[in-house]
Every structure is written in C-alpha cells, then in structure tokens.
Design a protein around this ligand. Structure first.
Ligand code: FES
Length: 601
C-alpha cells in the first residue's frame, strides 16, 4: 500500500473518529458561525418584542443576558467570535483568486465590514461592563442611540442588516448541499425575511417609547443616571476607543493583504509549474490549488461548494505517480472516502491539492453539475470496466409502417412498443439505457453478478414477448398489423461511464460485446427467429445446451466464428431457466424511469 493510500485507508472504527476526521478549518468556522447566529436570533427576537412593548424587550433581555453573560455563554460567544473572525482573515489570506459568485463577494465584503458596524455597539454597550462595571440595558442603549446621538440608530440598523445578511449567505452555502434544505427552504425563507424586519420595527417602536418615557424626570432618574450611564471621563475613554478601532482594524486588513503580496512574490520566485488538462496546458505559480488554477485560466471546472472541501465535485484523476503529490489532508481524505474513491490514490480534490511539480490531470465531473445533483447524491460514472449483458431490441418493419400510417399513429405505436419493452426490462432487473429510434439498448449487470445478469436478460426477452403480444391483441382489435421485433443478447466486459459534452452527457456502455449484441439483433430477421443469444449468455444463465437450437455464424469484425442460440418463441425461456429462476432479482417496474442506474455517494 502506498503512503498516499495508507493515509486514506477507510477508518474501520466507530463513527466518532470518522466524524472527527471530517473536521477541517471550514467546519470549525461553520460551528463558530452557528454560535454567533444563535446569538443573533435570540437578540433579534428580543428586538422584535419592541412591537409588543418596551417593557417586553427589557423583560426578555434578562433571559437573553442570563445565558450570554454567564461565564460559559460569554466564553462561548467570544471564542466563537474570535475564531470565526480569525478564520475569515485566514481565508482571505489563503484564497488565491477572487472569481467569486456575487453572493460570495457579498458575504466576504459584508463580513469584513461587520467590525466597523459593530464598533459603536460593542464599545458602547458591552465594554462599559468590562471597564467600569456598568451593565447596559435597552433603556441606556435607546437613550444613547435615539436621544443623545440619534444618527447612531442608523448605524445599528446597518449592523443588524449586514450581520444578518452575512450569516444567511453563509448558512445558505452550508445548507444547500443538504437534502432537507429544499423541504425546509420555504420556512427558512420566511424566517430569514421576517425576523430582521420585525427586529427593525421593534427597535423603532421601542426607541420611540423610550423617547417618550425619557420626558418623565422620575424615569430618567431611575434609568439614565450614573453609574447606569458613563461619566464624562468614561465617555471620553469609550469615544477614543470607538475612534481608534477602525484604524486598528484597517491595519489588520492591510497586514493580511501585505502578507498576500509577500506570498505572491515568493511564489513567483519559486517558479511556475505546468498543469496539463485534457485539452490544454497552463502555467501557474507553485502554491495554487488545481481548482484555483482552473479558475484563474477560466477552465470550466465543477466546484459546487466553492472550494470548501464539502461537495467533492472538483475531483480529478492525476496521471503519473500519486506518491509524488502532497499527501491529502485529513479533510480531503474524508471527503474522498465518503464518495467511495478513498482507496484510489490517483483521485484528488482539485480544491485541496497544491501540486509542487508539473501535473497532468483530468477533471472527473461535468463542469455544469449543480447543488441539486450533490443533494440527490447522484454519482456520475467516471468510467469503469464491468461485465454487462447488452440486449438490443428492435421493432421490425417500422419504416414500412411509417409509410402506411399517419405520423401521429406511427409515433404512438413506437412509443407503445418501447413502453412494452422498457417495462419488461425493468421488471427483469435491467436498465433501459438508450432509445434508438424504434429500438432500445438495455443493460443488465450494473448491480448484479454475470450469471444473474444473463438470467435477467433472458427473462426480459420473455417479458418483452409477452408485453408485445398484449400490444398486438390491441392492434388486432383495431384491424392493424401485429408488431414484430428482434432481440440480440450478448454479455462481456465493457466500459461503462458518462460520455458527452456539457449538458449532453449520457451514461452508456462501450465495447465489443455491445456491438456483438447489436449484430445478433440484426440477424434475427435472417435466422427467422425472435431472439438470438450468444452461447456465453446461455451458459451463464444456466439453460441446458440442448434446450435451444444452436448455429455457428460469422460476425463482421470478428475472426472467429461464433456459436449462437436462436429462440422462436421467447415466452418459453423462463421455463428453461428452471431452478435458476428463483435467483433472479427484480426491480421496480416503472417504465418512466428509463435512465441509467446511478450509485449514490
Ligand atoms: S469544490 Fe467542493 S470539494 Fe472541491
């Protein structure tokens, strides 16, 4: 086992170590963000009570503070705030490109601006408690924002809006890959809009009420006197802090940007590497992730989670020796394991891999894959060799039919025929794979062993014959000619995978056995039978050699003659399977789901 593979070997122990293995920097940032979000929800709910009364706001504030100003609540809140903020700055330093989505840009800018909006509120309301032992409640805050310095109320509205929008964008990016998100979206949307609006209205109502109350000398004496309000000297200290905070914060941001510049210079000095994509080569400085390189050179590359190591859609296959690459991080290994490719050291996440040398790679997912696909856990087939039984079914005489009937009647009949075929295929456990005009290619063995696949294909042939017989009874009632058909069956190792371009990607099977099945179907007419199956399929299905007529034929493109079996009446086939019949599993007989089988990851 290589080192890279060893690092990615699945953890066989309990789910706790597995859970811990999945924790990366972003998961810590999300967890801290959730703590801050819960604080916002509680605080905004309190503001919203202003729509009831100022007294209701003050009453709920006691409960809000009982937790958030307790030693544990305070530690949790400030730790979450510091870690979330620090990791945000780290992300700003780390990220090599700024080709963000509009929502990401908004989240970044809003997040960076929060300390500036928060300055007055934090210093004016929280710091007096720490510095001067003065706890502030709504009365003092409203008096400061609505009476002493009325412009500050608009800063508070800005703070509320900015913090909430930043949080909701972050939540959206986190939740959109989760299956329950779609169902919960209407409720969440309503909450996202209603809570801040109610909070703003509550603040306005509460503020107005306090302005009226402040006209009462007794109320003022009870609520707006030292030590409930700062002395002039204390006020001067707080104002100085408020004034200097933006400078300190600006210096911090400048330091991060300067660090980015220094890193860029160093990377340039360390030279560039060449990344070879299937259709082009690009040169990038060392230190970029493969995804950053793709984005920098506008190479379409799937990245549903935006490079956050969550979706796995950016995954690539690298050529050459995987051991020469930097080892995957714990988080990268966890995500690759989760989608079932953890043991393949050549598959990596483009958003996590920072190659230090030239690299050839192939992106494995269509660049247009979206969050819905990730939520549905649709796993595109990236190419696999597998024993598959291919069944070609073709409607005979459809060209002549089209000449004799109206176009509508022809299309109707062909659809009825394809429905009869697809239903039988699904009932037998196969997958209708491609509709080819008036014919169909069905695949067996995507989820079954070769013997079962062969038996399923044989059963499907019988089912098709029975279903078409039903169709023909209906045809006879309308004095129409019966539908006839031919079936070719052959099995073997083929390549299965998604092929196509952009939105036009289909799952299919390729290889000689598929071509042979098509040729066998062609031969049904010349051999005057309904089914031609290869000897291989007969054997694996467990049908006795003397049960079916055999003949040797030449297949175009093959040197060796081939022994095949012909069946005039496919409805006898289940009887020939005998005891093997019980071993054949079936699938949902839903003729509408004529799509390729896809695994879930
Ligand atoms: S972009 Fe989502 S895991 Fe890489």
């Amino acid at each position: 086992m290589t080192d890279a593979v060893a690092a990615r070997a699945p953890d066989a122990s309990s789910s706790l170590p597995r859970f811990l293995r999945g924790i990366g920097v972003r998961q810590v940032r999300i967890a801290c963000g959730l703590v801050l979000f819960s604080y916002l929800v509680s605080h905004f709910a309190d503001h919203a009570l202003g729509n009831v009364s100022y007294a209701a706001m003050e009453a709920w504030l006691r409960y809000h503070l009982a937790w958030w100003r307790s030693p544990l609540g305070t530690a949790l809140l400030y730790t979450a705030a510091i870690v979330h903020f620090s990791l945000g700055l780290w992300a700003l330093y780390q990220r090599r490109h700024f080709r963000y989505l509009t929502a990401e840009i908004a989240q970044l800018l809003l997040g960076l601006s929060i300390p500036l909006w928060l300055d007055i509120h934090l210093v004016g309301v929280r710091l007096p408690g720490t510095l001067f032992g003065q706890d502030r409640y709504y009365a003092q805050a409203f008096a400061a924002y609505w009476i002493a310095r009325p412009y500050v109320e608009y800063v508070q509205f800005g703070l509320l809006t900015v913090a909430w929008t930043h949080a909701c964008i972050g939540l959206h990016f986190w939740l959109r890959l989760k299956r329950a998100y779609v169902a919960a979206a209407p409720f969440l949307r309503a909450t996202v809009v209603l809570l801040p609006v109610l909070a703003l209205l509550g603040l306005i109502q509460g503020g107005r009420e306090v302005v009226k109350l402040a006209a009462d000398p007794q109320w003022r004496a009870e609520n707006l006197r030292p030590p409930l309000l700062p002395t002039p000297d204390q006020r001067a200290v707080l104002d100085a802090i408020i004034f200097y905070v933006p400078f300190g914060y600006g210096a911090l941001i400048a330091a991060v940007l300067a660090a980015r510049g220094v890193r860029a210079l160093r990377e340039r000095r360390h030279g560039v590497i060449t990344l070879s994509y299937p259709d082009r080569k690009v040169q990038v400085p060392k230190g970029l992730t493969v995804l950053e390189a793709s984005l920098r050179h506008r190479i379409p590359h799937a990245s549903v989670c935006g490079g956050r190591a969550r979706c796995s859609t950016c995954r690539i296959r690298v050529a050459g020796d995987p051991d020469e690459l930097p080892s995957p991080s714990r988080r990268e290994a966890f995500v690759l394991d989760r989608v079932g490719v953890g043991k393949d050291a050549a598959i990596r996440l483009a958003c996590q891999l920072r190659p230090a040398a030239d690299l050839a790679l192939v992106p494995l997912m269509p660049p247009n894959i979206d969050a819905a696909s990730v939520r549905a856990r649709v796993r595109p087939h990236i190419g696999e060799e597998r024993y598959i039984v291919s069944v070609f079914v073709d409607m005979r005489g459809s060209t002549k039919l089209a000449e004799e009937q109206l176009p509508f009647d022809t299309v109707f009949l062909v659809n009825q025929f394809l429905r009869a075929v697809a239903t039988a295929v699904l009932e037998a456990g196969g997958q209708p794979n491609q509709f080819l005009g008036d014919g169909l290619l069905a695949l067996f063995g995507l989820d079954a062993d070769p013997a079962t696949a062969c038996r399923q294909a044989v059963l499907a042939a019988a089912g098709i014959a029975a279903n078409v017989a039903d169709l023909n009874r209906h045809q006879a009632e309308h004095a129409r000619k019966p539908v006839r058909f031919g079936i070719g069956i052959h099995g073997g190792e083929v390549i299965i995978g998604d092929i196509g371009f952009r939105n036009h990607v289909v799952f299919t099977a390729m290889g000689d056995p598929v071509n042979v099945a098509a040729r066998l179907q062609d031969m049904t007419k010349a051999l005057d039978c309904a089914v031609v199956m290869s000897e291989e399929v007969r054997e694996k299905a467990g049908i006795a050699a003397d049960a079916l007529a055999g003949t040797t034929i030449s297949i175009r493109g093959r040197d060796e003659p081939m022994l095949i079996r012909t069946v005039a009446d496919p409805t006898v086939l289940p009887g020939l399977l005998g005891a093997q019949l019980a071993a054949v599993g079936t699938m949902s007989p839903d003729p509408s789901s004529a799509t390729p089988a896809r695994g879930s990851g």
